[in-house]
Design a protein around this ligand. Sequence first.
Ligand SMILES: Nc1ncnc2c1ncn2[C@@H]1O[C@H](COP(=O)(O)OP(=O)(O)O)[C@@H](O)[C@H]1O
Ligand SMILES: [Mg+2]
Length: 283
Amino acid sequence: MNSLELYESIFNEKFEPSDKQKKVGNYRLVEVIGKGAFGTVWKGKHVLTRNEVAIKVVPKKSILQRDRAKRRFLSETQALKRLEHNNIVKLLTWMETDKNFYLVMEFICGESLKRYLRKRGRISEYECKTYIGQITQALKYMHDQDIVHRDIKLDNIVLEKGKDRVKIIDLGLSVNLSKVDNSRLCGSLHYMAPEVLDRQAFSTAVDVWSLGVCLYHLVTGSHPFHHTSIRNMSNMYFHILRGFTLPNSLTEECRDLLHNMLDMNPEDRISTENILIHAWLRS
Ligand SMILES: Nc1ncnc2c1ncn2[C@@H]1O[C@H](COP(=O)(O)OP(=O)(O)O)[C@@H](O)[C@H]1O
Ligand SMILES: [Mg+2]
């Protein structure tokens, strides 16, 4: 199926959402819970059942943005439709109006790991094992289906309140490797794998790199490759080439895992399968 057919098959489903009075379909838009580059995420409530959901509203706006917004919306919808995992946000339905695209997802009551870390400064290795273990399971599940997330970062991992559970969100940049257009660059600069920065072909290993950046940030409280002078991809690439330092306070196992996840060579970088059996996660 080509992308136009896919687009039509998705949007031919019958929905009659309304842009008026902050209501879309059968959901009332209650409050804004997140803002990103491409849209706004609202907390929504079903008018009859009162069930809470999260609704990502992607405006179609200008012609220039429309294609990118549409592409992001389609990638996210396509990937989420195929994925069913405890540690990946669940898609409930999707809609479109003249002005916007809408993704209706389960509402995850909690906060992103980025906000959580900001409050705590640093997270113990012991606690991180739970989160990294779960995200690795979810990534393995995605990678087994040839889906690469491509935007793994602390902002895109939500920690559920009162539960020791994290969920991956924001699949707007995800791709199916069998259909991928390798020429398109994307992701968040500070989490980009060297092969992405170097415009080489990429694989599922890019997610492992980004997760390595997350783990480093969580256990040390700072970013492995952060520097105020980094403004573009080439700065970032050269900064990575210089390597990173690991505090002695980290356990031997944690340092070993970080070296394996932040391996410059994607071929040598540890796989999700091997992270799950690494001594750090098992101890
Ligand atoms: N299903 C959800 N449940 C609760 N909060 C969510 C959900 N999806 C997104 N959010 C919140 O909205 C923010 C932006 O969502 P995200 O999908 O990352 O959009 P963007 O593509 O704009 O970055 C997230 O950081 C998170 O705080
Ligand atoms: Mg995001």
